[in-house]
Design a protein around this ligand. Structure first.
Ligand SMILES: O=P(O)(O)OC[C@H]1O[C@H](OP(=O)(O)OP(=O)(O)O)[C@H](O)[C@@H]1O
Ligand SMILES: O=c1cc[nH]c(=O)[nH]1
Ligand SMILES: [Mg+2]
Length: 209
């Protein structure tokens, strides 16, 4: 079963408080999601393997380190996942970005696919799938299935807020995928919204309703 890690860094928790607040407007919401994505990426990349190399400083040779191993890829689930991409690219500017277009049918809560475009070499990359919300888990589970069918085999899932139902769904459907969260909330409403959550992430990011 995949691990679930709630990233409890004080800066992440403080910014998440303002993200949740219904009085936070689109501009600030977008800026804070971007900042939290950077902070979460910093924590998630903590275990990347390093290799020792030598560089010449102006003074002497230095034995130092660079990131070794697989290259990285970021895969946002459209639309709301887009809000987390730039924040991760701030730290990992060479990462490639694949896109998966999914929306959740408001009546059935089932994911509906409308777009997919992946880097050709996803089987050789460490992938971070991003979406602010993990509610029923239907969208993330479908996205993970889609990228596995295209060869992905090393995947982390990064969300701002999850419901226990969504975590359970991913652990059952994708036991190889670790989940990284800023918060694990209480439950889902009967309309499938996370309680207390932050409302509709896509609408708050893009100013739609
Ligand atoms: O875990 P689930 O029950 O599948 O719900 C979570 C999904 O719902 C939201 O997307 P939405 O369908 O609102 O699309 P949007 O990003 O275009 O607003 C959210 O960004 C997730 O993708
Ligand atoms: O609470 C929720 C659940 C699904 N999608 C959202 O944007 N918010
Ligand atoms: Mg939405």
């Amino acid at each position: 079963m995949g691990a679930v890690k709630v990233l409890d860094h004080p800066l992440i928790q403080h910014k998440l408080t303002h993200i949740r607040d219904h009085q936070t407007g689109t501009k600030t919401f977008r800026e804070l999601v971007d900042e939290v994505a950077t902070l979460m990426a910093f924590e998630i990349t903590r275990d990347l393997p390093l290799e020792e190399i030598t560089v010449q400083t102006p003074v002497a040779e230095a034995k130092t380190y660079q990131i070794a191993g697989k290259k990285l890829g970021i895969i946002p689930i459209l639309r709301a996942g887009l809000g987390m991409v730039d924040g991760i690219l701030n730290l990992i500017p060479a990462a490639k970005v694949g896109h998966i277009g999914l929306y959740r049918d408001p009546n059935t809560l089932e994911p509906v696919e409308y777009y997919s475009k992946m880097p050709t070499d996803i089987s050789e990359r460490e992938l971070i799938v991003v979406d602010p919300m993990l509610a029923t888990g239907g969208s993330a589970s479908a996205a993970l299935k889609m990228i596995k069918e295209k060869g992905a085999n090393n995947i982390k899932l990064m969300c701002l807020i999850a419901a226990p139902e969504g975590v359970k769904r991913i652990q059952e459907d994708h036991p190889d995928v670790d989940i990284y969260l800023a918060a694990l909330d209480e439950k889902l409403s009967d309309k499938g919204y996370i309680i207390p959550g932050l409302g509709d992430a896509g609408d708050r990011l893009f100013g739609t309703k």
